[in-house]
Design a protein around this ligand. Structure first.
Ligand code: CA
Length: 227
């Protein structure tokens, strides 16, 4: 049974959404603040996040950016104003969909159902499998060919971010923003040096494997291959 987390500070809206989701037979949890989203996600078991853009302590875009550094969980934004819709559409924020307020619960439920259908399911052991890779977001672990990699925090963030959309090219700036957004001591070469160390760790598993592709002048992508 899918579990959906909603971050929304207006309790009337939250209650309506919780009721609509539970009526579908899904589990639904509610937090009031952006700062509560990541700690709850890290406990595991969340299949989709509904994120209000206008939260009291943080805007939903920043929450999504932080979340994307470590999780591929589908995100649907609740947006209040036209300007927010423009930002969702105009920027690569890592959100999967948006629903402008005011919305009908029926419409939101339909969007949630569509996203859940497309999401890669988490298996019994808590692993989300992408080809040769598996990611355990709650445990901050990534495995390659069934072997768990010994990654530093930022190496994990880098690989997890690329695994959000296998094959998609992310620029150095996007990777810096999502993985090192809170780091003070990061420079121009930070992304490249971490790609290098992650590649070396992947080669320890398979000497011929090079799943992280360099796109000259663009950035990096990951080819997950077939297990
Ligand atoms: Ca709000």
């Amino acid at each position: 049974m899918p579990t959906i987390l909603i971050a929304e500070d207006e309790s009337a809206i939250a209650q309506t959404v919780l009721y609509a989701l539970r009526a579908e037979g899904w589990q639904a949890e509610h937090v009031l603040l952006g700062g509560e989203v990541l700690p709850r996600l890290r406990q595991g078991g969340i299949d989709l996040v509904i994120l209000d853009v206008g939260l009291p302590d943080a805007n939903g875009f920043d929450v999504c950016r932080a979340l994307r550094a470590e999780s591929a969980v589908p995100v649907i934004f609740l947006t209040a104003r036209d300007g927010e819709v423009d930002r969702v559409l105009g920027l690569e924020l890592g959100g999967d969909d948006y629903v402008p307020k005011p919305f009908s619960p029926r419409e939101l439920v339909a969007r949630v159902r569509a996203r859940l259908r497309r999401a890669t399911p988490v298996n019994e052991g808590g692993w989300r499998v992408h080809g040769r890779f598996g990611i355990d977001e709650a445990g901050h672990r990534i495995r390659f060919d069934e072997r768990v990699l010994d990654l530093t925090r930022y190496e994990y963030g880098l690989l997890a971010t690329l695994l959000v959309r296998p094959g998609a090219v992310l620029t150095r700036a996007q990777l810096m923003d999502r993985v090192w957004g809170d780091a003070l001591d990061s420079g121009d070469r930070t992304v490249d040096t971490h790609v290098k160390t992650v590649r070396a760790k992947l080669r320890e598993v398979d000497g011929a494997a090079d799943p992280i592709h360099t796109h000259r002048g663009l950035g990096y992508s990951v080819d997950v291959g077939t297990a």
